[in-house]
Ligand binder design. Structure first.
Ligand SMILES: Nc1ncnc2c1ncn2[C@@H]1O[C@H](COP(=O)(O)OP(=O)(O)OP(=O)(O)O)[C@@H](O)[C@H]1O
Ligand SMILES: [Mg+2]
Length: 151
């Protein structure tokens, strides 16, 4: 389904339901295979939804040696890779100045793949070409994941 147009780019919504952490990681890996360098991926959904599991799956494709965990206190983890995979957790971000000191804008300018947990907290700073991924909890072990993929 063609869902929206952003700056001339087309993206499609893909929806999966996962039944385990491993399946969510697989969804993240498959998603990473569709994205291009320099994309910002904004993740939405509350505590324990599987955002970090999804990023772990993305790293399996982009940077297989990375040890992925939510950078809740550090705010940013740079896992390296070509292009680099950079993981933000905006749970504790303050204002705009705080965001600038994390290097968020430089990473985007450098063409890194920037994936953001708690993007709700920096909505106004996301570029127009941002791809959004939304998580919903269906049960203790099931998640619904809605992804904007490039086509
Ligand atoms: N289908 C599933 N996919 C992903 N995680 C699942 C699933 N079913 C159960 N879980 C559990 O949900 C939790 C997801 O944790 P994860 O750290 O990925 O969440 P998060 O969205 O990053 O949370 P936070 O906002 O606290 O960083 C884990 O405890 C995992 O075992
Ligand atoms: Mg997390």
């Amino acid at each position: 389904m063609i869902s929206n147009m952003i700056k001339g780019e087309v993206c499609a919504i893909k929806i999966v339901e996962t039944h385990s952490v491993t399946e969510t990681e697989q969804a993240g890996k498959a998603f990473a295979e569709t994205i291009v360098d320099g994309t910002v991926i904004a993740l939405y959904g509350g505590l324990g939804m599987g955002k970090t599991a999804f990023v772990r799956g993305m790293a399996q494709h982009l940077c297989p040696k990375a040890e992925v965990s939510s950078p809740t206190f550090a705010i940013v983890n740079d896992y390296g890779g070509q292009p680099p995979l950079v993981h933000f957790d905006m749970y504790r971000i303050g204002g705009w100045e705080d965001l600038e000191t994390t290097g968020f804008f430089e990473y985007i300018d450098q063409g890194a793949v920037v994936v953001v947990e708690w993007s709700e907290n920096i909505e106004g700073a996301l570029p127009p070409s941002t791809r959004r991924v939304r998580f919903a909890r269906l049960s203790d072990t099931e998640r619904r994941i809605e992804m904007e993929e490039s086509v």
